[in-house]
Design a binder for this molecule. Structure first.
Ligand SMILES: [Zn+2]
Length: 419
């Protein structure tokens, strides 16, 4: 059982750092270091639900998951181009017995190497490789705060190795996964941005490659019917991107999701597949992230919902409120039933104050189950929904079945006893 320190004050309402601390989601400690937040149990529950949503969506969409280490030899990043184009954002290398090892700034090089480790036929393409993996960015300490600028990042990443003909379809499918995820998460897109290279030396010099990949992504956007704006200077060093922009409570815009086309790394890592003609061909890499970094996604969700997450994401999905000590055994039985159904619940018993005070304290829980003498005698619960609606007493079995069905479907609406 945990106690959420309440009530939440009202200003500024949408600061994920303050909410994160008040709701017991995450925190930082100077001894661990700036930009290195840790996750408390309730925050870890939200993060776990989010990660599982992503993995399940990826499995359904034909992705296979891999794990790769967060370290790699300096040479790996010299080949990928990170060393020459991105080293300002990388941690300094560590010397290990004559070798230099680097905390990785992205997952792409590892995935390219994993692809290269086996020979591939054109029949295996598009080959979709996904990982929720750690990466690192040497942010200056002055800009760190909460979960939006961190030095250790858990990235929802995937790379699709495919033929040129398959790029548009894969990019469009990724945009559709992003749309579905935002609907389940209850968040909105501020704008779609076609991120192009700009002046300066941070981009790979290959004009023909840029022209081809920009044309591909422009075509995907035009066909999607989505309104978008082009922005110079926002591309990755190896290729253009479709960035999905969100706006936080303070009106600041940032990129959450992205779809990128890359001809550069397949070249650098000498990737190939065997075509129908028996000859070697170069695949294209589509990089895509549905929710971007888990840290930034949770920061955005905290601010967008003010802590009142969709039920499937809520750290506590049901608060169980026995009216008196006499109903505690029934509350405990309901808690066990919740656990058996995979629902996250906790009991707020009479030792925590009056029923009114406990209802207020648990007001971010999507469901509250009140158990009085009458409900206990009948094996019923009286459900209160977070939005204030109250349902007629119903059997615990029925209530939990309805709630669990909504959670499993990633429903945005609360279950109201109707279906
Ligand atoms: Zn990548």
């Amino acid at each position: 059982m945990n106690t959420h320190p309440h009530p939440l004050s009202d200003k500024p309402k949408h600061d994920h750092r303050r909410l994160g601390r008040e709701l017991g989601l995450f925190d930082t400690d100077p001894l661990i270091g700036a930009g290195l937040p840790y996750w408390l149990p309730d925050g870890a529950a939200v993060r776990h639900a989010l990660e599982e949503y992503i993995r399940a969506a990826e499995r359904r969409a034909g992705y296979r998951h891999v794990y790769s280490p967060v370290l790699g030899k300096r040479e790996l990043y010299e080949i990928s181009g990170h060393w020459s184009h991105y080293s300002d954002d990388m941690f300094p290398p560590m010397d290990l017995g004559g070798e230099q090892v680097v905390l990785r700034p992205s997952l792409c090089p590892h995935h390219a190497v994993i692809y290269r480790s086996r020979s591939h036929s054109y029949r295996e393409l598009p080959l979709r490789m996904a990982e929720l993996g750690g990466m690192f960015r040497s942010e200056l300490s002055g800009v760190l705060g909460g979960l939006t600028r961190v030095r250790a990042i858990q990235l929802n990443d995937a790379h699709i190795f495919c033929t040129l003909d398959q790029v548009a379809g894969e990019a469009a499918a990724a945009l559709e996964m992003i749309r579905a995820a935002y609907e389940a998460l209850g968040i909105g897109v501020a704008r779609y941005r076609l991120s192009l290279p700009g002046p300066g030396g941070k981009y790979v010099a290959a004009p023909e490659m840029w022209e081809r990949s920009v044309a591909l992504l422009t075509d995907v956007l035009d066909r999607s019917g989505l309104a978008y704006e082009a922005a110079e200077g926002e591309a990755a060093f190896y290729g253009p991107k479709i960035d999905v922009q969100v706006v936080d409570g303070a009106g600041r815009e940032s990129t959450l999701s992205t779809v990128q086309v890359d001809f550069h790394q397949p070249e650098r890592f000498d990737l190939h597949y065997i075509g129908a003609d028996g000859a070697k061909h170069r695949p294209v890499m589509v990089h895509r992230s549905i929710i971007g970094s888990v840290e930034r996604a949770v920061a955005h969700l905290v601010e967008a919902h003010g802590g009142a997450f969709p039920a499937w994401l809520a750290p506590v999905q049901m608060a169980i409120l026995p009216i008196s000590e006499a109903e505690l055994p029934d509350a405990e039985a309901l808690l066990r039933q919740c656990g058996e159904r995979g629902l996250r619940a906790e009991i707020a018993g009479p030792e925590r104050g009056t029923l009114g005070a406990r209802v207020r304290e648990a007001r971010l829980a999507p469901y509250q189950a009140v158990i009085g003498a009458k409900e206990a005698a009948d094996g019923h619960v009286a459900l209160r929904l977070r939005d204030g609606r109250r349902l007629a007493p119903l059997s615990a079995e029925e209530a939990l079945a309805g709630i669990a069905a909504g959670v499993e479907a990633y429903a945005g609406e609360l279950w109201d006893g109707v279906n």
